[in-house]
Design a protein around this ligand. Sequence first.
Ligand SMILES: C[S@@+](CC[C@H](N)C(=O)[O-])C[C@H]1O[C@@H](n2cnc3c(N)ncnc32)[C@H](O)[C@@H]1O
Length: 273
Amino acid sequence: MSSTTVTDGIEDRAAYALGNSADHAAVRLMALDHFLDPVTRRVIDQLPLHPGNRCLEIGPGSGSIARYLAGRVGPTGQVAAVDLDLSRITPGGDLDVYEHDIRDGLPLDGPFNLIHARLVLVHLPERYVVLRTLTDALAPGGWLVLGDFGDTPMTVYSSPSDSDTDLYTRVVYALQHVLEGHGVDMAWADATHAAMRDAGLHDVHAVEHAESWSGGSIGIRMHHANTSQTQDELLQHGITTADLDRFRELVADPGFFARSYRFVCTRGQRPLQ
Ligand SMILES: C[S@@+](CC[C@H](N)C(=O)[O-])C[C@H]1O[C@@H](n2cnc3c(N)ncnc32)[C@H](O)[C@@H]1O
C-alpha cells in the first residue's frame, strides 16, 4: 500500500510516522542502535574505507553509525549526515549535519566513497528515485549500504497464553498497517538487491539478521515506543486501549519471547569506470 496521492497534479507526500522529536523516539533509536549496529558495522568493516574518505549517512537518527564512519575516515575525511529531523544527533568534529528531505535530492555535492541509509528507504514511496540519487552520488568504486526491515512471520516463542499470542500478533500487524499507510513497504528489503543491480551496482551482496526478543529486553522496547507514537492511528485500526495496555505488559514480561523484525543489509559497489 502506498499513501502517496496526486491531487490536481501536486504530489501529496507521505508523512513520516515516527518523528525523532517525539518523546518515545529516544527509546526507539536506542533499541535500533542496540539491535542493528553490530550487523551494520560488520558489513561496513568488510568494505575498503580509509582515512580521508568521504561518507554520507541518510537518516542517521541518533547518529551512531555516522559517528562510527567518522571514526573510520577521520581526521582527514568527512562524514555528512542528512535527516528530516536532527534533534537526536550531535554534530562536530568530522561530522557535518544537514536538515533536509532526501526526496528533494542531496543538500551537498558528492562524490562519496560510502553512502549508508538504515530504515529510511523502507518508509519512502519514492525509494527508487532516492536509490538513483544515492547511486549517482557515489565515487567510482564507492559503496552503497542499505538496511531495512523485511516481511517476516510474527513468531511468538513463549507467551503466558494463546490469547496473549494472538493479541501480540494482532497489534504488531496493526502497527505495520499504520506504517504502510505512511508509505512503508515491507517488500522493499528483499527488492533492494535487484534494485541495486538494476541501478548498475556491482558486487551486490545481502546479509540478514533476526533474533529472539524477551519481554523487557532493549530490542523489544521499540514496540512500546512505536505503538505509543502511533497510538491514535492504532485505535482507528481496531486496536483498543485495553489491547495496548496488555501488549505493553507483554513486551515488559521477561517470560514473553518473540522473534524480532528481520533486518536485511545490502551493499553494492559503483564500477570504477
Ligand atoms: C527509523 S529511523 C532510523 C534511524 C537510524 N538510521 C537507525 O537505523 O537507527 C529513520 C530516520 O530517517 C529519517 N528520515 C525519514 N524520512 C526522511 C527523509 N525523507 N529524508 C531524510 N531523512 C528522513 C528520520 O528522521 C529518522 O532519523
